[in-house]
Design a protein around this ligand. Structure first.
Ligand code: PLP
Length: 383
């Protein structure tokens, strides 16, 4: 096995240096624990950035992938596969949608949603929120608000307006006769775990209905039990026209999906969109197993209960934070200044954390993290 230094040296020589990486090379994991090349263990409160909601290498997902990989890894969407058809039914029922398009990542799901919104409405413009994050391809980047990410790649889709997240009046004012869709996260993830004011999504739904505008909810980070419901929008009791999924959909296996209902559910015609790998048998098998486990192990409930416990414990840590906020096991601790040094120090104490929007320490551990592991994390932070 290569040493840590060898790995870093290869990476720095051959990989585009687009990431700010932690000084850590990981080799294995199980549950909420990962191990590095030096054999050291860490409690993982990053979980692939909310992509491994069942924990690392969940045996049911491993088994499903093993079984599928021995039979058929890939075909193309020129043919039917049972596993894709069965997953399509499970997934649409779970989120109250009618149809699904399978792809391979969050940003691709967002691209599909934008294209579907234009195709369905015949309109061109979008409204997104400040603090939003929807991905890095040109379309998704166009509705992502962070100027640092956007500036080097302009011109983007020009017909996008940004309104403050949670401000319904601003949204009403921004809608025009050319608005195809409003795109929002049910809780903003990369923007700093921002929870909208109560009733906001419901009001957005009403306004969209009145003005005949589609509502796209990006559930890439908030999906699959993360917030204590299957999908974040379900806390508001609304039904979006389109949702986007990825991250934890297959517990870490690369996959994305875009689902729609109503007129958006009929918006695409044959040939309008496609993906070579989208809905491939291996990804579908992993996703199906992930849904089974979420149900069987009651992980939405676990996220609610452990999230409440985690928040309660974090309130008492001896750190000078500005605000603690969260929904389920999606928790953010905001500081006055940057928190990257805290991430470093937690790493030294065997805890993986991540800092988003510079000043927000984010906790998105596997939903089956144990009470004892939460206690260990809190103790490490306290120290
Ligand atoms: C991570 C994320 C994306 C992008 O997903 P990728 O798989 O990295 O392309 C899009 N939307 C939200 C809300 C995300 O958190």
């Amino acid at each position: 096995m290569l040493s840590f230094e060898d790995i870093v040296s290869l990476d720095s020589r051959y990989v585009f240096q687009t990431y700010t990486r932690q000084p850590l090379a990981l080799v294995s994991g199980s549950g909420a624990v990962v191990r590095d090349v030096k054999g050291r263990e860490y409690i993982d409160c990053v979980a692939g950035i909310a992509s491994c909601n069942l924990g690392h290498c969940h045996p049911a997902v491993v088994e499903a992938v093993k079984r599928q990989v021995e039979r058929l890894m890939h075909v193309t969407n020129l043919y039917y596969t049972e596993v894709q058809a069965v997953l399509a039914e499970r997934l649409t029922r779970l989120c109250g949608m009618e149809r699904v398009f399978f792809c391979n990542s969050g940003t691709e799901a967002v691209e599909a949603a934008l294209k579907l919104a234009r195709r369905t409405t015949g309109r061109t413009d979008f409204i997104a929120a400040s603090g939003s994050f929807h991905g890095r391809t040109l379309g998704a980047l166009s509705i992502t608000s962070k100027e640092e990410y956007r500036a080097p790649f302009k011109p983007l889709i020009e017909k996008v307006s940004f309104v403050p997240y949670g401000d319904i009046e601003a949204l009403v004012d921004a809608i025009t006769g050319s608005t195809a869709a409003v795109v929002l996260e049910s809780v903003q993830g990369e923007g700093g775990v921002n929870i909208p004011p109560g009733g906001y999504l419901r009001e957005v739904r009403e306004v969209c209905d009145e003005r005949d505008v589609l509502l796209i909810v990006d559930e890439v980070q908030t999906g699959f039990g993360r917030t204590g419901a299957w999908f974040g929008f379900q806390h508001s009791g609304i039904q979006p026209d389109i949702i986007t999924l990825a991250k934890s959909i297959a517990n870490g296996f690369p996959m994305g999906a875009m689902l729609a209902c109503g007129r958006a559910g009929e918006g695409f015609q044959r040939g309008d969109h496609a993906s070579t790998f989208g809905g491939n048998p291996l990804a579908c098998a992993a996703a199906k197993a992930t849904i089974d486990v979420l149900e069987r192990e009651k992980l939405c409930e676990a996220a609610r209960e452990m999230g409440a416990y985690f928040m309660k414990r974090l309130e008492d840590v001896s750190l000078d934070f500005v605000e603690l906020r969260g929904r389920g096991l999606m928790i953010g601790m905001e500081f006055e200044g940057g928190c990257s040094s805290l991430v470093q120090r937690a790493l030294e104490r065997g805890v993986l954390l991540n800092c988003t929007s510079e000043r927000v320490l984010r906790f998105v551990p596997p939903l089956n993290i144990t009470r004892q592991q939460v206690d260990e994390v809190v103790q490490a932070i306290d120290e």
